[in-house]
Design a protein around this ligand. Structure first.
Ligand SMILES: CC(C)(COP(=O)(O)OP(=O)(O)OC[C@H]1O[C@@H](n2cnc3c(N)ncnc32)[C@H](O)[C@@H]1OP(=O)(O)O)[C@@H](O)C(=O)NCCC(=O)NCCS
Length: 141
């Protein structure tokens, strides 16, 4: 059977643990959101070739619950680059109980701003100025 395909590049992968549950026993939405922020921040930092800060989160949907023992894979791709800002579309998928079917559980768009060491916004470089590894998951792919 062919699995449905996530959009974007696999950026992080981790297992949902019992310590991350809400009172109902499912995984806490804030934990999933933070995994997405980390992955999106990696993608944006590579695109910016600098430190980035999260400035907004849009169109966030929690589609299916995440359960203890699920493998959470976070897929990212850059959808827009402004002067100093970068939008990263994020999809989180789980492999149920490590080996089960793959399902999309959440998605959203994270906006980052490239900043210097003092936290002041700085321009995002042209795609052509990036090293090869940083072009993966960029707006051109
Ligand atoms: C991100 C930050 C440096 C921007 O500072 P600023 O003075 O608003 O900077 P600017 O007005 O020059 O805007 C910079 C870019 O951010 C975008 N931006 C600023 N505020 C935004 C918002 N609320 N939503 C979406 N985009 C925003 C601007 O459109 C601009 O994009 P562009 O250069 O591509 O056109 C500042 O808001 C900040 O430090 N925020 C806190 C970030 C943080 O700590 N994140 C972690 C949260 S726990």
């Amino acid at each position: 059977m062919t699995d449905p395909q996530p959009k974007g590049v696999l950026t992080t992968r981790t297992m949902a643990m019992p310590a991350d549950t809400n009172p109902a026993g499912d995984i806490f939405g804030g934990w999933v959101l933070s995994q997405m922020d980390v992955a999106a921040g990696i993608r944006a930092g590579q695109r910016a070739q600098s430190r980035v800060v999260t400035v907004s989160i849009d169109a966030m949907s929690f589609i299916r619950p995440v359960k203890v023992g699920d493998i959470l894979g976070v897929y990212t791709h850059v959808t827009r680059v402004g002067r100093t800002s970068i939008d990263v579309r994020v999809e989180a998928w789980v492999r149920r109980g490590r080996i089960g079917i793959r399902e999309r559980v959440t998605e959203g768009t994270f906006r980052f701003v490239a900043v210097d060491d003092g936290g002041t916004p700085k321009p995002v470089p042209d795609l052509t100025d990036l090293p090869d590894y940083a072009r993966e998951g960029s707006e051109s792919t």
